[in-house]
Write a protein that binds this ligand. Structure first.
Ligand code: HPA
Length: 252
């Protein structure tokens, strides 16, 4: 099914641990053909807390796509072509800053891109118009503020601001890499924040990130090693807060 009779208020791209959007009702599934190949899966559109919400699982509904193989262009294109104008990217991250430990939720305001070999632009095809977007502020401030207001209304603690460093993955980083990122000014590290944010900007979508801290990044916590089981346990706890925050999103 591809037609969407009602306008979409908000799209959510779910990261690790968020493969279905809890509480989404009266859903329809949309498989979109894009010029960039297949999206990560069907876009599921439904009603949630009085809003029309579109949901897409970034890694696929069974988590089969690693961060460097996600078709970010197709995902953004699919959401845009269904009428989305506003996207929240939910991203699992490691915390670098000492107050950004496991289960903390952050709405970052800056990012640094360390990824490579990904398709980073819709201009990347023959004959496409070359667009130089302004990316001084990588996230849409008004959407960030709505997210922060929603978290406050829902009584969910979030940290406002922080710099997201996007790494290639799928491996976690070395201590030396994280030490360098810290010197660069990164507060968080994740594998999926780019090129999603800049592709959203190319399509003139509003875009903000809800970063869920799953672990302290390498060398930042007490543990000698990072446990994947603990990552997913912390992520499950933080993910449970996401629908509460989004349910409280004020109208634009
Ligand atoms: N590094 C990169 N991405 C992540 C991490 C991390 O430590 N934890 C969750 N996503």
């Amino acid at each position: 099914m591809t037609s969407t009779p009602l306008p979409i208020d908000l799209a959510v791209i779910g990261g690790s641990g968020l493969y279905k959007f809890p509480g989404l009702e009266n859903t329809t599934r949309h498989r979109v053909d894009t010029p960039y190949g297949p999206a990560s899966g069907d876009v599921v559109i439904g009603d949630f807390a009085g809003k029309r919400v579109a949901f897409l699982a970034r890694h696929g509904e069974s988590h089969t796509l690693p961060p460097h193989r996600v078709n970010y262009r197709a995902n953004l294109w699919a959401l845009h072509s269904l009428g989305t104008r506003r996207v929240i990217g939910v991203n699992a991250v490691g915390g670098i800053r000492s107050d950004m430990g496991p289960r903390v939720i952050v709405v970052p305001d800056q990012l640094i891109d360390y990824t490579h070999g990904r398709y980073t632009s819709f201009c990347d095809v023959d004959g496409a118009e070359v667009k130089h977007i302004d990316f001084s502020e990588p996230y849409t401030e008004s959407l960030r503020q709505r997210l922060l207001a929603a978290a406050s209304a829902a009584g969910v603690a979030v940290i406002a601001g922080g710099c997201y460093g996007a790494t290639q993955g799928p491996r976690l980083e070395t201590r030396a890499e994280i030490a360098r990122m810290k010197r660069d000014g990164c507060d968080l590290v994740g594998m999926t924040g780019m090129p999603e944010a800049s592709l959203a900007r190319e399509l003139e979508l509003e875009y903000a990130c809800l970063a869920l801290v799953a672990n302290f990044a390498a060398g930042c916590g007490d543990e000698a090693e990072i446990s994947i089981e603990e990552i997913f346990a912390h992520l499950a706890a933080a993910t449970a807060e996401v629908p509460r925050i989004l349910a409280a999103m004020p109208e634009s």
